[in-house]
Design a protein around this ligand. Sequence first.
Ligand code: NAD
Length: 246
Amino acid sequence: MSENRVALITGAGRGIGATIARTLAAEKTDIAIVDYSDESAAAETLAALKEAGVTARYYRCDVSDFAATKAVVDQIVKDFGKIDILVNNAGITADKLIMRMEEADWDRVLSINLKGCFNMIKHVTPYMMRKRYGRIVSISSVVGLMGNAGQANYAASKAGIVGLTKTVAKEFGARNITANAVAPGFIKTAMTDALTEEQKQAMYKLIPLGALGETQDIANAVKFLVSDDARYITGVVLKVDGGMYI
Ligand code: NAD
C-alpha cells in the first residue's frame, strides 16, 4: 500500500488533467491516469510524474463504459492499495445549434461528460467509504452555469455535474468524503491558441480580469479542494473564470 496519497485523475493524458496530475504529484501524491487515448499521448506527462518522484501509471479506459470503469478502478486499488482522491476531468465537446444537433451528439457528450463522472464515483466510493476518507473533484464549466448557444449538450452535461456533486456531498458527507466541482471559464489550451487575435480580444471583453486562464489556475483550485485546508468544504462549485460569470 502506498504511503503517499493516491489520486485517480481521468483525462489526465494532456491538457488541464495533465497539469492537475503534475500539481498533485508535486505534493507527493501517486497518480493513476485514466484516459482513452493511446498511452503514448501521455508519455510526456508520465515522465514528468516519475521525475517528481511519485508512482504514476496509465490505464486506458473509456469513462463512459460502466463495466470497464469498474474493472479499472478495481485494478487501480490492486496496484496502489487505495484511492484517496478522484478527479473527474475527462470531457469532450460536440458543438452545434440544437437545430443541427443529432441525437448521437447529445448522447456522446452526456455519456462521457456526465455518466463518466457517475461511473467513477459509483465504483470509487465503496473503497473510500471503507477508509472513511475521500476527496472528489469534478471539472464542470461556467457554461454549465450560464448556458451557451451551440453547446446545449455540453452545457447540460456540465450543469448535471453540479447536481451530481451536491448530491454526492450529501450522500457521503458522513463518511468523511467531500465532493466539489471546479467550473473553469476560458482556459488557454491548444483550442484557444488557434483563435485569431480579433476573437481573443472579443473574449477578453467578457472577462473582468482581461485574460484567459492557465491550466495551472484550474490545478491550483483542485489542489486546494483536495487538501486538508479544504476539509470543511463540500458541495461547492468553485468558479475559476477571471470573473466571466458573476
Ligand atoms: P482536452 O481535450 O485537452 O483533454 C481531455 C482529456 O480527456 C484527453 O486526454 C482525452 O483523451 C480524455 N478523454 C476524453 N474522452 C474520454 C473518455 N471517454 N474516457 C477517458 N478519457 C477521455 O481538454 P481540456 O481542455 O484539458 O479539458 C479538461 C476538462 O476541463 C474537460 O472536462 C473540459 O470540459 C473542462 N473545461 C475545459 C475548459 C477549457 O477552456 N479548456 C473550460 C471549461 C471546462
